[in-house]
Design a protein around this ligand. Structure first.
Ligand code: FAD
Length: 433
């Protein structure tokens, strides 16, 4: 009887489902798992491993279960951010490499070590694909909404339904290529691919390659392909990259039409190419969400979200890891901590009217709705303030400002330098080129 009364005195635990065990899902799981008396946690991951897109494979087609390959990682990728900034604030040990811009396998090992360190394996169900999520409105406030998460075990094909009180979605957004339509593209006789399926420069030895798009991947892939290709055209409509590039990389304006091997550019010039790589980004997709979620994705704006994170219609549903042009891992940390504080009623959300203001584009195109860039630091600090926890250390902001300026000026050589943070939290670039 005593046991019974003690048990009934405990508040009922909330069930929290996390979708995906990439960096986002792992950060989410870590913060939920800090409250074992309050939350029951389960993480569903379709792959047979944690770490998401940092699991490199030569394969570009389908995996052993016939599902499209998730990762967009390429063979020789080194990070474009120093590990000193990539690391989560609560787990700084990037083991194995002294250099700041580490190989993809080092990041994967870091995420695996993070999983071990915080004992997260016990919550993670691998080989488990989330196929559908139904949102079921309860009778009370937003806490009474539940989610029916339909999953399929990819090994034995058994299906299950898990009912949970909160959902943290971390399925990633670099797996569904966005390919603009260019008149005549179907007449191009050479190899056409998207950065999602780019793997290694050897595949382009001796060729002339057109790379469309000069964001992080377009620039990085152009420099890499230039090692084996005869010539690379980096085609884009942004301001010209002023930094030194390999001698065989030429910046040209965007491709507007294709006729066989001949590409017509925005400025009227023509070039010829043997291969074409689209580095034109990705389309966000949540194939498991139906209308009951209240969420629409319009040209990569996930709507309606408060703070790029909380579903305004059902605030117990979060889209963790959505912002772009950010230092990802520390931002995931802040978002996960914020959302867990919300679930614990440590703070109250503002009115729906005020939250809806957050969805306004203020002149931006929808496609850029979740681009944060320099605004990420105030964003991180605002979340910490609203939820009442310590902001992340200021060396992230200062180190990134330093690194970003350096990277922009030295596109070709910045990965040979390192960023160090001293014991007083002061960042410095060492071995500058
Ligand atoms: P992912 O790593 O994509 O993980 C999502 C997980 O969800 C996957 O494991 C997937 O299998 C699972 N999943 C998806 N759908 C389902 C479903 N229906 N059911 C079950 N599971 C599902 N960031 C940096 O900080 N530094 C860098 O240098 C850097 N370089 C990058 C280079 C490239 C080429 C790319 C594409 C990204 C790079 N990033 C970099 C950004 C990177 O996206 C983030 O750092 C981060 O790893 C993303 O983690 P995620 O968990 O959001 O997504």
């Amino acid at each position: 009887a005593v046991l019974g009364s003690e048990a009934s005195a405990l508040p009922p635990k909330k069930k929290v489902c996390v979708i995906g065990a990439g960096a986002t899902g792992l950060a989410s799981a870590k913060h939920v798992a800090e409250y074992p008396d309050e939350f029951d946690l389960v993480v569903f991951e379709k792959n047979s491993y944690v770490g998401g897109l940092w699991n490199y494979t030569d394969s570009v087609d389908v995996d052993e279960h016939g599902l499209p390959i998730h990762t967009s990682m390429y063979k020789y990728l080194r990070t474009n951010l120093p590990k000193e900034l990539m690391a989560f604030p609560d787990y700084r040990d990037f083991l194995g490499e002294e250099r700041s811009c580490v190989k993809h396998e080092t990041v994967l090992a870091y995420l695996q070590n993070f999983t071990d360190h915080f004992n997260l394996h016990q919550y993670i169900q691998l080989h488990t694909l989330v196929e559908k999520v139904e949102t079921v409105i309860g009778g009370g406030d937003w806490h009474s909404t539940t989610y029916k998460v339909h999953t399929r075990n990819l090994d034995d094909d058994t299906k299950s339904v898990t009912v949970c009180n909160a959902l943290m979605i971390g399925n990633g957004h670099y797996f569904n290529p966005r390919i603009p339509s260019i008149p005549g593209m179907d007449t191009f006789p050479g190899r056409v691919l998207h950065s999602h399926t780019y793997r290694k420069p050897e595949d382009f030895a001796g060729q002339t390659v057109a790379v469309l798009g000069a964001s992080a991947s377009g620039t990085d892939i152009s420099i890499e392909v230039a090692e084996t290709a005869q010539k690379v055209y980096l085609s884009h409509n942004k301001d010209r990259i002023k930094s030194e590039l390999p001698a065989n990389v030429e910046q040209v304006s965007g491709v507007v039409a294709v006729d066989g091997n001949t590409l017509t550019l925005k400025d009227g010039m023509t070039i010829t190419a043997d291969a074409f790589i689209f580095c034109t980004g990705f389309t966000f997709t949540y194939p498991f969400l139906d209308e009951s979620s209240g969420i629409k994705v319009i040209d990569n704006q996930v709507y309606p979200l408060y703070k790029h994170l909380v579903n305004i219609e059902h605030p117990s549903m979060a889209f963790v890891g959505l912002p772009l042009l950010v230092v990802h891992f520390p931002l995931f940390h802040v978002q996960a901590k914020y959302f867990v504080a919300l679930l614990r009623d440590e703070f109250k959300l503002p009115s729906k009217e005020i939250m809806m203001k957050d969805t306004e584009l203020n002149g931006r195109r929808q496609r850029y709705a979740h681009f944060l860039g320099d605004a990420q630091w105030d964003y991180n600090d605002a979340l910490a303030k609203e939820a009442g926890f310590e902001p992340i250390p200021s060396y992230y902001r200062e180190g990134y400002a330093m690194w970003h300026a350096y990277r922009t000026a030295k596109v070709l050589h910045y990965k040979e330098s390192d960023l160090r943070i001293d014991e007083n939290g002061k960042p410095t670039i060492v071995n500058p080129k």
